[in-house]
Ligand binder design. Structure first.
Ligand SMILES: [Zn+2]
Length: 579
């Protein structure tokens, strides 16, 4: 009975308009008395709903933070009363709020409380910046910092002696821009007890002097952990400041949901997030991956299940765990099937057997795995583990995710589709950046592999669901509009040389990129019932943009402006120019 009514209504709506087909819901409302007037109406807009049919609409009505109507300017009228706030969009574009499917939100604490080397381009610049910070902060008990780049130190990483010249008596630990290496001074090595006799930990490298074997000051991958504890972590209060700073930046960029890609139970960072949730100060949806340890295997699943139960709340929810399967190309720590051009290679960080058993146990416990996989050998081992989990547990709605995916074998793309794996790509990185591409990726990978890195369109063409992410703070400017532009153009802003387009055959469409930053991100985080598209019944997570992304040249998408961001109907950002 109900079905028939809906069908009739849908037919009627077809007759009324050929432009807007997203009507079934709207007209269903029109035949029922409207019980609830809208708090807010957005009208006269270009609303790209990202619903299953990818419909456009003109108007949205919002009540109690939820979308109660999507349709025409005419159809929204009955929702208005004297208290309704009406926003006339003047044709501007509305999209679902953006979802960043892999970010390290809590790292924003570093922007306030440590030395920032981002954007500095030489060793001298780094040292100058560090010196200034130390002079301004004379009472430090340890110095932390971030943002130095591997291309500044081709071959071997930076040296302890440079830091010793500035700071001798307190430890210095500076994290690289990709977060896969640290640069330390002699004091830090001493406090950590790292000497020439210290063995490289599993999955890590202590860089050494070729002659003496003494550590030289760069620690890569898991070797970073050796110095983790020697400078006190930021306090819960400091993290709270950092998270709120992140929220402001995210709102300006139209983001309404974020996947916190690595959370350590009991850490100050996670405590701060939960404290802000309890204080009702969060204005983003947080989906969290808990850290896993390759050394602990399946035995860690029980405590992860307990942590999940403890942590789940209204804004912060745990659906997944983070797995590091390998490192990064820049550090020579990504696991490749064919060795690097200099003939070295790195192994995946998990023993295959241990990974299989852990994957099966996590899958059975209802965790999605969010796997850092850069090299094709890492991707192979990961997919083997997912396959093993299916063999053991049967096919579940697992939504395992693989992220970064720099070098992928075509046959593995098909396996990803079969296993319903979500690819979490980083369109921000789809460029031939002179520092990285020329100096590192080409010499490390060779022309053929380097030019085929970061596939996106072939994933989509093979039916793999693709979400997008910044990996903030790795991507410092984590603006999704910028990500959409680079995903479509695969070149740097302002580039005019066709040779500097990275894999033109992998260019995805504007619609592909929008879906990756909205509905597919919602799917990856099991939130597609409440967000990711503009549909009746979902939360009003929206972004208003000054230009129609489908109507402007792709090279201008990144310069479009966010005018309004709304999370669950609440304005989290409004540009002064929007009346
Ligand atoms: Zn990350």
């Amino acid at each position: 009975m109900k079905l028939k009514k809906t069908l009739n209504v849908a037919l009627a709506s077809l007759l009324m308009s050929t432009l807007f087909s997203g009507f079934a819901q709207a007209q269903t409302n029109a035949t029922n008395p409207i019980s609830k007037k809208a708090d807010v109406i957005l009208q006269n807009g270009t609303v790209y709903t990202v619903n299953a049919k990818r419909d456009f609409a003109e108007a949205i009505a919002i009540s109690d933070g939820k979308i109660v109507y999507v349709g025409t300017n005419q159809g929204v009228k009955p929702y208005q009363n004297s208290k309704t706030k009406v926003v006339d969009l003047g044709g501007k574009m509305v999209l679902p709020g953006f979802i960043d499917s892999h970010s390290h939100v809590t790292a924003a604490v570093e922007t306030i409380f440590s030395v920032n080397l981002v954007g500095k381009e030489s060793r001298e610049d780094y040292l100058h910046t560090i010196k200034e910070f130390v002079q301004k902060n004379p009472n430090l008990k340890g110095l932390k910092g971030f943002g130095w780049e591997n291309p500044v130190f081709p071959g071997k990483g930076p040296k302890k002696e440079d830091l010793d010249q500035i700071v001798k008596d307190i430890p210095v630990v500076l994290t690289s821009g990709d977060h896969h290496s640290v640069w330390v001074n002699t004091k830090a090595l001493e406090l950590a007890g790292i000497t020439k006799d210290t063995k490289n930990p599993e999955g890590g490298v202590i860089e050494r002097d070729d002659v003496t074997g003494e550590p030289t000051g760069t620690l890569r991958e898991t070797a970073q952990d050796l110095v983790l504890g020697i400078i006190a972590d930021y306090s819960e209060e400091e993290y709270k400041e950092g998270i709120l700073a992140y929220e402001n930046m995210a709102a300006e960029k139209g983001i309404t949901s974020v996947h916190l890609a690595l959370a350590v139970p009991g850490s100050n960072a996670l405590k701060a997030l939960k404290a802000l949730e309890a204080e009702k100060k969060l204005h983003l949806k947080y989906r969290v991956s808990l850290a896993t340890d390759p050394a602990k295997g399946p035995s860690q699943v029980k405590s992860l299940v307990e942590e999940r139960a403890k942590l789940n709340g209204p804004d912060v929810q745990v659906n997944s765990v983070k797995v590091f399967m390998d490192g990064v190309i820049e550090g020579g720590t990504a696991a490749l099937i064919e060795p690097y051009m200099d003939k070295h290679n790195a192994k995946p960080q998990w023993d295959p057997q241990v990974f299989n058993e852990t994957a099966a146990a996590l899958d059975k416990a209802g965790f999605a795995m969010h796997v850092h996989s850069v090299g094709d050998a890492a991707t192979k081992e990961t997919l083997d583990g997912f396959e093993y989990a299916v063999e053991k547990n049967g096919k579940r709605d697992s939504r395992h995710q693989m992220t970064h995916l720099q070098i992928v074998q075509p046959s593995d793309i098909q396996r990803m589709e079969k296993l319903n794996v979500v690819a979490v790509t980083n369109p921000y990185w789809f460029i031939k950046s002179p520092g990285y591409y020329e100096n590192i990726e080409l010499p490390y990978l060779g022309e053929e592999r380097a030019s085929s890195e970061y596939p996106m369109k072939s994933l989509i063409n093979n039916g793999v669901k693709v979400a997008s992410a910044s990996d903030y703070p790795i991507t410092w400017e984590f603006d999704p509009l910028f990500g959409i532009q680079v995903g479509v153009t695969r070149e740097e802003f302002g580039n005019t040389d066709p040779k500097l387009v990275l894999g033109p055959e992998e260019k995805a469409s504007v619609a592909d990129l929008i879906a990756s930053f909205t509905i597919n991100g919602a799917y990856a985080s099991f939130s597609d019932k409440i967000t990711g598209s503009i549909e009746q019944g979902k939360e009003a997570d929206l972004v208003v943009i000054d230009k129609n992304l489908f109507k402007i040249p792709s090279t201008e998408i990144g310069s479009a402006k966010v005018l309004l961001t709304m999370e669950a109907g609440e304005e989290t950002f409004r540009d002064a120019t929007l009346k």
